[in-house]
Design a protein around this ligand. Sequence first.
Ligand code: ZN
Length: 109
Amino acid sequence: MLSDPVRKRTLLRDVNRRIHGVNSSLVEPSGPQLHCECARTDCTERVRVPREICDHVLAEVGTFIVAPGHELGDEQVLVGGATFCLVVPPPADPVCADRRASASLRACA
Ligand SMILES: [Zn+2]
């Protein structure tokens, strides 16, 4: 299991994009089951997310899909659903800062 929350989130985002990419070629009306992108290094939760949400969020930088209850206290909750939540870490979050430094990615909000 990954010990670094920043690395974990980055890798899971890549995995989730691939899952969504494969799922998009299938007929799965309820959307793909993605890995929870929370900062807990021991989390193995999966969350089912509607396809239209995936299209939007997985293209975003700095917004994460987490299981309900996996939000950290300092994260902004954009959507608090029954099956998934969308959260934004605080601006000082290293994931956000790392990605802000990358010229190929959009800056964090
Ligand atoms: Zn989690």
